[in-house]
Design a protein around this ligand. Structure first.
Ligand SMILES: C[S@@+](CC[C@H](N)C(=O)[O-])C[C@H]1O[C@@H](n2cnc3c(N)ncnc32)[C@H](O)[C@@H]1O
Length: 359
C-alpha cells in the first residue's frame, strides 16, 4: 500500500508521442490505452484542408459511419476497463438541429458500448451567433462511453476532492472555452481533459499484471454540517445516546431502509444479527434522519496496487489531437499520452515536450 501517489516510483517521466496519422488507424497495440479524451471535427462545420479529414461527408449518416470506423479502432487499443470521453457537437442543416451527438451515441450503443453519462458542457460565454430567429448555442455534449458496463476504472472520490464536494457531483460541467492563441479554431478547454483524467485514468498501473493503483477509502462519522438535516441527525444521535457502533451499523446498511435491508440481506451473511440490531435501534432513535449518516464524509487512507513492484503510468489517447490540449494536460498530470492528427498544430513549448512521428 502507498501512503500517497507521490510514493509511487516509475522508471521514467511522463512522455507524449504524437503521430501524423488518421484517427481510424492508431499506432498503438491492442489493450494499451486507459482513457481516450477527444473532440472530432463536427459535421459540416469547417475544412481543415487535409486529405482524409472527417467532418465533410455528404450526409450526417456518412459522418457517423466514418466515426464508427474510428470507434472500432479505439475499441481495439482501449483496455477493457478503459473509458472514452468524446466532446461532440451538433449541426444545423436547412435550419433544423440534427442531433448528431444522439446519432453517434446510439450507433456506439449498437456496437456494444455502454453510455455512462451524457455530460452537458455549459458555456457561460461564447462567440456571438448571426442567427436572429433562434437562441445562441451555449452547450455541448461530452459522452462517456465504456466497453464494459461495469468494472471500468473510475475514481469518484478523486473527482469529488478536486471539486471540494462530498456527494457524487452532477453531469453539468460549467466552464468557459479556453482562449485560443493559436491559428487552430477549435481547441477544447484544459479543464475538460483534466476532469476526464481525474475520473477515468489511473495514475499508475502494474507493468506486469496491469492492475491499476486504486484509492483506499474509509468512511468517517463526519457529517456535512451545511445540511440542516445533518445537524438535526447529530443532535438526535447525541440526545438518544447512540454509540459509534450504532453509526457504523447504519453505514453498513447504506441508504436503504433498515427494515427492508433486514429482509433483503437476510441470508447474505453481509450484516450480522448484532449489526442489524444496532441499525434497527439507531433507526428507531433517528427516524428518517438515520440516512444522514450514510452520506458521511469519506477519506483516503492510502493507495493500493498488486504485489509486483514495477509501475507504469496511465495512458491517455487523443485521436484528434489538434493543438495537443489532451497531451499537455496528460503530461501535467503525470500520465503518458498518445495523439494522432492529420494536421496537428503544436505551440513551441509543447513541441519541446512531445515526440512527433511522421507516419
Ligand atoms: C476539433 S479539432 C480537435 C481540437 C483538439 N481537441 C484541441 O484541443 O486542439 C479536430 C482535429 O481533427 C483533425 N482531423 C480531422 N480529420 C482527421 C482524421 N481523419 N484523423 C485524425 N485527425 C483528423 C483536424 O486536423 C483537427 O486538428
Amino acid at each position: 500500500m502507498f501512503k500517497s501517489l507521490n510514493d509511487v516510483v516509475f522508471d521514467h517521466g511522463a512522455k507524449a508521442d504524437l503521430y501524423i496519422a488518421s484517427a481510424d488507424s492508431i499506432p498503438a497495440s491492442n489493450n494499451s490505452v486507459d482513457l481516450i479524451v477527444t473532440s472530432p471535427p463536427y459535421w459540416n462545420k469547417r475544412d481543415y484542408g487535409v486529405a482524409g479529414q472527417i467532418g465533410n461527408e455528404a450526409t450526417p449518416e456518412l459522418y457517423i459511419e466514418a466515426m464508427l470506423k474510428c470507434l472500432r479502432e479505439w475499441r481495439r487499443v482501449l483496455k477493457p476497463a478503459g473509458s472514452l470521453f468524446i466532446n461532440i457537437g451538433d449541426s444545423y442543416y436547412k435550419k433544423t438541429l440534427l442531433n448528431i451527438p444522439g446519432m453517434f451515441e446510439n450507433a456506439a450503443k449498437n456496437e456494444g458500448w455502454t453510455c455512462r453519462n451524457r455530460i452537458i458542457w455549459s458555456k457561460p460565454t461564447g462567440m456571438p451567433e448571426p442567427a436572429k430567429d433562434r437562441l445562441a448555442n451555449r452547450y455541448e455534449y461530452i459522452i462517456h462511453l465504456t466497453p464494459q458496463s461495469s468494472n471500468y476504472y473510475y475514481d469518484t472520490r478523486g473527482y469529488c476532492d478536486y471539486l471540494g464536494v462530498d456527494a457524487t457531483p452532477g453531469d453539468v460541467w460549467t466552464f468557459a472555452p479556453d482562449r485560443s492563441m493559436s491559428s487552430h479554431l477549435a481547441p477544447f478547454p484544459k479543464e475538460l481533459v483534466k476532469r476526464a483524467i481525474l475520473l477515468a485514468c489511473p495514475y499508475a498501473i502494474c507493468s506486469k499484471c496491469g492492475t491499476p493503483v486504486t484509492r483506499v477509502e474509509k468512511r468517517t462519522a463526519q457529517l456535512n454540517l451545511e445540511r440542516p438535516q445533518a445537524k438535526r441527525a447529530l443532535a438526535l444521535a447525541k440526545e438518544k445516546g447512540l454509540t459509534q457502533a450504532h453509526i457504523e451499523a447504519i453505514q453498513s446498511f447504506g441508504i436503504s431502509d433498515v427494515g427492508k435491508a433486514t429482509r433483503f440481506q437476510n441470508g447474505t451473511g453481509r450484516n450480522s444479527d448484532h449489526v442489524t440490531k444496532l441499525a434497527l435501534e439507531a433507526k428507531e432513535a433517528l427516524g428518517g434522519y438515520f440516512r444522514e449518516f450514510t452520506f458521511a464524509k469519506r477519506t483516503t487512507v492510502g493507495w493500493q496496487g498488486c504485489e509486483h513492484e514495477s509501475m507504469t503510468r496511465g495512458v491517455v489517447l487523443d485521436p484528434f489531437a489538434g493543438t495537443g490540449t489532451t497531451l499537455s494536460v496528460a503530461l501535467e498530470m503525470g500520465r503518458n499520452a498518445i495523439g494522432t492528427d492529420l494536421k496537428p498544430i503544436l505551440n513551441d513549448s509543447l513541441r519541446q515536450r512531445v515526440t512527433l512521428y511522421n507516419q
